[in-house]
Design a binder for this molecule. Structure first.
Ligand code: GLU
Length: 470
């Protein structure tokens, strides 16, 4: 049997990390089993679904590179099919028209609740109700079995059994002819040949109802795996209060998709004590049995650690591809400086996020006229004038602007003045970067370029002279 899974988000908001993890597990399971992965947009809730949310979900999936083999299907484009299935069910007697008024249903619910009973439809119309006008509005209900129970073997949680007495006759079509949520899911899973439903645990209660409808249709029943929720680091359900929850917000904050995916796969799944998984490794190792039943807590520090790991270890051109977005976002004109690959090579060690990397790299692309206050006070003092002028002279004389030649020029300056490297290096650093922190000086100067470095040294000497005069 060919495995076929799906991710079926409702487009009522962005793709949040919980949804992304469900998508990832579903995608990994399909890939692990050489199966297929379907993307289905469950947009039947016309009031809450928006085109922006559809766009945001597709953006998130694309950014994470969770590609689908089929779809995206849209439920709103399948209404004819749902109506046909409802008609078949009426014909087969597995569904019936219910004419009960809202007033009757409300009164019944109140009465049941007053008695401490679970509210449920009493089945008045199940066996035919003739007490209604010919044109009276009706809904269509599924004839849920009255006896026995539904048992399914949750691939994560183990066997789950629900008595049919607990389930009432679900409305599958509303008075306006529109199909209801659970019904669409069933018809879709059937039509799309889904073999494994991987979804959030908030859908566990829907599963027995869906299984009963599938059985009534004579459709194969897929296997189900309900993934637990993600909690914030305070143990409460993950929400906006905890910071970023939308996948694209993680992009905006400077995370690599590889890092977020690696983080998400470990959030509720494990393979020994391994923390770092490449995509091919995840595909090779992922199984539903190893997914944790318990809720998992989000841990930003670990995500940062993974992000730093991937910034350092992925091929620089891969990281550069993602960095480009951040450079543009921070209005950095990258045509006026080193290549992004080179920048990643030099700055990657020092940051947790691409946003930080971009923010700390401005001086490679833009000149500046102000020095960081504290750094200037400490390092651009009159005693720094001589070292700066001497190092400038030596740098100017370099025929090849290589890292090694730059390093030697700085060393030779310190030797000639008989001072430690720091007495040359720190003023030089502040002069060329405007601040007291940067990667190693030879690399930094190399990337900034000769002309620009020499001009900045002029600027720093002017600054010292002017300050001394004031
Ligand atoms: N549309 C549902 C949701 O976004 C998922 C339904 C399912 O996976 O069966 O929560």
């Amino acid at each position: 049997m060919k495995v076929k899974t799906r991710f079926a988000p409702s487009p009522t908001g962005y793709l949040h990390v919980g949804g992304a993890r469900t998508a990832l597990y579903s995608w990994l399971f399909a890939r692990h089993n050489q199966g297929e992965f379907v993307l289905r947009i469950e947009d039947t809730d016309l009031e809450r679904s928006t085109p922006e949310a559809i766009e945001a979900i597709l953006d998130g999936m694309n950014w994470l590179e969770l590609g689908w083999d089929e779809g995206p299907y849209y439920q709103t484009k399948r209404f004819d099919r749902y109506r046909d299935v409802v008609a078949q069910m009426l014909e087969a007697g597995t569904a019936y028209k219910c004419y009960c008024s809202i007033e009757r249903l409300d009164a019944m619910r109140e009465e049941q609740m007053a008695k401490g009973e679970k509210p449920r439809y009493d089945g008045k119309c199940r066996h035919g109700n003739t007490e209604h006008a010919a044109d009276a509005p009706y809904v269509i209900r599924f004839k849920n079995p009255e006896e026995g129970s539904v048992i399914f073997d949750d691939q994560i949680r183990g066997p789950i059994e629900i008595g049919n007495k607990e389930l009432d006759d679900l409305i599958i079509q509303r008075t306006d002819g529109s199909p209801t949520y659970n019904f669409c899911v069933v018809v879709d899973d059937w039509d799309m040949g889904i073999t494994h439903v991987v979804r959030g645990e908030d859908h566990i209660n829907n599963t027995p109802r869906q299984i009963n409808i599938l059985k009534a249709l004579g459709a194969p029943v897929p296997l189900y795996a309900h993934v637990s929720m993600i909690l914030g680091d305070d143990g409460k359900k993950l929400s906006k209060r905890h910071g970023a929850v939308s996948v694209m917000q993680y992009r905006d904050e400077g995370y690599l998709p590889e890092a977020l995916l690696n983080y998400l796969v470990r959030l509720g799944w494990s393979h020994g004590d391994q923390e770092v998984f490449s995509m091919p490794e995840m595909i090779e190792l992922f199984t539903l049995e190893a997914v944790n039943k318990a809720a998992s807590a989000f841990n930003t520090e670990k995500l940062n650690w993974l992000n730093n790991h991937y910034i350092r270890t992925l091929p620089a051109e891969e990281v550069a591809k993602h960095l480009e977005w951040h450079m543009a976002d921070q209005q950095l004109d990258t045509s006026k400086g080193p290549s992004l690959e080179a920048l990643v090579g030099v700055m990657g060690e020092r940051v947790n996020t691409l946003r930080e990397l971009a923010a700390q790299s401005r001086y490679f692309y833009e000149d500046f006229s102000d020095f960081e206050e504290g750094a200037a006070k400490k390092h651009l003092r009159p005693v720094a004038q001589e070292p700066l002028q001497l190092v400038q002279k030596k740098l100017a004389e370099l025929a090849d602007w290589t890292v090694e030649a730059i390093h030697n020029a700085i060393q030779a300056t310190a030797d000639e003045l008989e001072v430690g490297m720091g007495k040359v290096g720190m003023p030089l650093r502040v002069a060329v970067t405007g601040a007291g922190q940067s990667p190693s000086l030879d690399l930094t100067l190399h990337l900034i370029g000769k002309e620009r470095s020499l001009a900045r040294l002029d600027q720093a000497v002017d600054f010292i002279v002017k300050r001394a005069a004031d």
